[in-house]
Design a protein around this ligand. Sequence first.
Ligand code: UDP
Ligand code: MG
Length: 326
Amino acid sequence: MTVPQVVVSPPVLSVVTPMYNEREAVDHFVARLRPVLDRLEVAYEVVAVDDGSSDATVARLLQLRTEWPQLRVVSLRRNVGHQTALAAGLRSARGDYVVSIDADLQDPPETIGEMLAAAREQGVDVVYGVRNDRSSDTVFKRRTAGAYYWMMRRLVGPWVSNQAGDFRLMSRAVVDVLNDLPEQRPVYRLVVPSLGFSSAEVTYVRAERVAGETKYPLSKMIKLTLDSVTSFSATPLRIATWLGLLSFLLCLGLMISGLVAWGFGATVPGWTSLYVAVLLLGGIQLICLGLLGEYIGRIYAAVQNRPQFLVAQDTADEVAFGAADV
Ligand code: UDP
Ligand code: MG
């Protein structure tokens, strides 16, 4: 008996959205995204990547899916973080163009149409969503983001746009390259521009989070910053070397002046200078060790080559089964 072959042509557009405990936002997101995508009149799919949520995000997504078959749910086994969840989404996406967008409606879905039009008309591979207004973000968020982009432009390169986050459209060619990267913790907002594909920009106003709270606490921001720095630049290692050299010269100077003072019989009980020097050197050594550790940690992760994430469920598989059973 021959099994009927179902040939499903890939969609033109995939919209990838990582979601972590977004139960409160997901209804708003779907209600606003769907009419936008339906109006585009292209075959599309939405890949909702559940990043190991502990609330009812998956259950709600599966419910919504019964009325919107283009909504796919890719559920990860545990929380792996925004960028790795994005990696899972990019691997599952099948479209000729892939848009990554946050689930909290801070990135307006209406801009997706503009991005697709720009990519097709100008024939470019990447269209960046560029925030021209972040006034809806908190002062803390704006300051930390400002510091992050300032540092990245200096450490990584001037081609890092200081207003482009993870809202962007990429062609299949770009997504294929990203999927083949051996990196364990890629930072896409830096990797994508570094590839040098032709690109365009569309501007948008950053809105307020529609519901729920930020899923990026300070600890995750620091992690993203460390990943960003160590994945792109060896400058911090060099800074460590300079710091070490500087402190060595400083100590040399102190030693010579101490010797001279001793020669003149003007020695003072040198406890203060002694422990200052010890602390200074100890501090610098610890900084350097920590920096080395960051890089070695990345090498270690790369050598282990463990899976970045594990998919527990992908509703696309169910569709394939259903079709083959016919
Ligand atoms: N997110 C995720 N895993 C995480 C943290 C965040 O998938 O561990 C998702 C989150 O659900 C949202 C996007 O990443 O769709 C951006 O997060 P958020 O809006 O909380 O960040 P912020 O806008 O506050 O920087
Ligand atoms: Mg947000």
